[in-house]
Design a protein around this ligand. Structure first.
Ligand SMILES: [Zn+2]
Ligand SMILES: [Zn+2]
Length: 238
């Protein structure tokens, strides 16, 4: 099993963020090759991930499951625990490249719903270039790399904060962009693009508020009757 866990961790590092579909595609053959049982449920996968986390927390790494409403998916994200916008994704990058990452992250995070039109990723970022300004082709190249790494997500010609940013940079985002990026009152984890109270507009994770509303019918924040419909999710998860 240890060799399977090591192999799976390596795959998580390479992919940065993984859907359950991808996890199955990786774990299936890996377990078969090493003749160990293939985990048959989400709980079994979570148990393996938790065992891996026990061995890597000292190395400043962790694997974190996060719900990502933009794609209606849950992802497993590979994260470094000491990440800041200045040191993520910086292997082999110039200071100008790194500055581009920070500026882009801040620009998206300062929008109310944390997304921008794709072309805004190249304009009006106020990059103070010390040497030559970044070429647009270089910006596109970087954005593509960072999107593959899960720091940003492109959908319908817009660029969103990606699942890895939400995990690795959650402290930075909530401290520096607290006007739009807040933690869910119920689970204390970052919440974005999710369900809002009709009275006070505070945001919760759909699952958190659904569980809460099984026992009460008021908003935990403002105390008014909860009126926003809890859309049923298509997958019978949880
Ligand atoms: Zn929550
Ligand atoms: Zn409320």
């Amino acid at each position: 099993m240890e060799v399977v866990k090591r192999g799976f961790l390596r795959a998580c590092k390479n992919h940065s963020y993984l859907s359950y579909e991808l996890i199955d595609k990786i774990l299936g053959p890996l377990c078969a090759r090493h003749k160990v049982p293939i985990p048959s449920s989400k709980e079994a996968i979570k148990a393996i991930v938790s065992e891996i986390n026990d061995t890597i927390s000292d190395l400043g790494q962790s694997l974190v499951f996060i719900k990502y409403p933009i794609k209606s998916e849950e992802y497993l994200v590979y994260a470094k625990t000491d990440a800041t916008p200045d040191n993520v994704a910086n292997t082999g990058l110039s200071p100008d490249d790194c500055q581009y990452f920070s500026k882009l992250l801040d620009k998206i995070a300062s929008e109310e719903d944390c997304h921008i039109p794709w072309n805004a990723a190249y304009n009006e970022l106020g990059l103070q270039s010390t040497s030559k300004p970044l070429k647009k082709s270089r910006m596109q190249e970087l954005l593509q790399i960072w999107t593959q790494m899960g720091y940003f997500m492109e959908l319908d010609e817009r660029i969103y904060l990606g699942p890895r940013s939400l995990v690795e940079l959650s402290f930075y985002l909530a401290s520096n962009h607290g006007e739009h990026i807040k933690n869910c009152m119920l689970c204390k984890c970052l919440v974005l693009w999710d369900i809002r109270c009709g009275s006070c507009n505070i945001q919760f994770h759909r699952e958190c508020i659904s569980t809460y509303l099984q026992r009460r019918d008021i908003c935990p924040s403002c105390g008014n009757l909860w009126t926003t419909p809890l859309r049923r999710s298509t997958s019978q998860s949880s």
